[in-house]
Ligand binder design. Structure first.
Ligand SMILES: NC(=O)c1ccc[n+]([C@@H]2O[C@H](COP(=O)([O-])OP(=O)(O)OC[C@H]3O[C@@H](n4cnc5c(N)ncnc54)[C@H](OP(=O)(O)O)[C@@H]3O)[C@@H](O)[C@H]2O)c1
Ligand SMILES: [Zn+2]
Ligand SMILES: [Zn+2]
Length: 352
């Protein structure tokens, strides 16, 4: 017996997303079955559907999942039917390597099992994501959604939230830190809110004129138009940490001089070769670093959710029906998102 599921999939690279019927496994002893209520739309979903990355098709994207528990395996202790829960980018990992032991499942030496576009470690079936009406996941990878949180705007915390929280914590951002964020999209707007929540002074680098008011409302103290050389020069030697969320190839050279002594620019957006060549002089002259960071561990994700509940932080969302998803991707590519699309999964009923 398996669980019958309706979702939306792309059957090949660049194909339009369309209704897709598939099966999920019957719950194992440590599994939780979740009826999906909402799912955020991450730019990574778009990379997979558009064929930017190594993807196996059909792909059912979606890794910002909020839902309600409907069933639990008989060894599950953390959850019961009716609980409101989240699933992020991972659904499993080896559980015995060094990173797994340290709660860094995203860096599992054997490779974590991603919520979609992976193979389950036990039955080797492909994993399918949250653009669907239900999901089955091991309880260890299921998050508790704090009671007072708005569910729709909590969904993006499961990827955009944790991906920006993890570097903020790793690089010890506190009240005295000066943080900059490159790009005001899904990740960028969460980076601003979370850095502000940690007490930092926050600057936004954007190439889009017209986002200034929103950036200030979201918590930014300063806005720098990255296409304006004068504005860029005015912030040299300032930032302890820059979180760069730009999803495509771009020039890092203009940002390095804006780092303070010992400052770090963390790439969370683009994966691939940089262009043009990087000038190492400003790195060497100021003991500056370029780093990367991948989502966050499960315990860390729960800490981020609890922090957000305490500080009243969620995402700014635009709710959409699943049938709007192709259009949403087109708008995302034009930076026309304020600031995360979230799919109301009740809209799947139209395809039933
Ligand atoms: N490391 C991880 O674990 C992780 C996790 C999730 C997502 N990601 C990746 O992070 C990236 C961002 O995701 P997202 O969901 O935040 O995307 P998004 O909502 O589309 O936001 C990206 C923002 O970057 C800026 N931007 C876009 N294209 C640009 C370009 N060519 N040059 C300069 N700036 C540009 C835009 O902001 P402005 O208009 O303000 O310039 C845009 O709003 C994606 O590549 C995604 O795959 C990584
Ligand atoms: Zn994501
Ligand atoms: Zn591991």
């Amino acid at each position: 017996m398996t669980i019958k599921v309706l979702g939306y999939s792309a059957q090949q690279a660049k194909a339009k997303l369309a209704p897709y019927h598939f099966d999920r496994r019957d719950p194992r002893v440590d599994d939780v079955v979740i009826e999906i209520l909402y799912c955020g739309v991450c730019h990574s979903d778009l990379h997979h559907v558009y064929g930017d990355w190594k993807t196996h098709y059909p792909v059912v994207p979606g890794h910002e999942i909020i839902g309600r528990v409907t069933q639990v395996g008989n060894k599950v202790t953390k959850f019961k039917p009716g609980d409101l829960v989240g699933v992020g980018c991972m659904v499993d990992s080896c559980q015995h390597c060094e990173p797994c032991h340290h709660g860094l499942e995203q860096y599992c030496e054997e490779g974590s099992t991603l919520t979609y576009n992976s193979l389950d470690r036990h039955d080797h079936m492909p994993t399918f994501g949250g653009y669907s009406d239900s999901i089955v996941a091991a309880e260890k990878f299921v998050l508790k959604i704090p009671h007072n949180m708005d569910l729709k705007s909590a969904a993006p915390l499961l990827c955009a939230g944790i991906t920006t929280w993890s570097p903020l914590k790793h690089w010890n951002v506190t009240k005295n830190s000066r943080v900059a964020v490159v790009g005001l999209g899904g990740l960028g707007h969460m980076a601003i809110k979370l850095a502000k929540g940690l007490g930092a002074e926050v600057t936004l680098f954007t190439r889009s004129k017209g986002k200034e008011q929103d950036a200030i409302r979201l918590g930014a103290d300063h806005i720098v138009l990255s296409t304006d050389d004068k504005q860029m020069a005015s912030v040299h030697n300032q930032f302890d940490l820059i979180i760069d969320t730009v999803p495509s190839i771009h020039d890092l050279n203009p940002y390095i001089p804006t780092l303070a002594l010992n400052g770090t620019i963390v790439l969370v957006g683009y994966l691939g070769d940089l262009d043009p060549f990087l000038n190492t002089a400003p790195l060497v002259m100021g003991r500056k670093s370029i780093a990367g960071s991948l989502i966050g561990g499960i315990a860390e994700t729960q800490q981020m959710l609890d922090f957000c509940a305490k500080h009243n932080i969620t995402s700014d969302v635009e709710m959409i029906d699943i049938q709007y998803i192709d259009k949403a991707y087109e708008r995302m590519l034009k930076s026309d998102v304020k600031y995360r699309f979230v799919i109301d999964m009740a809209s799947l009923k139209k395809d039933k």
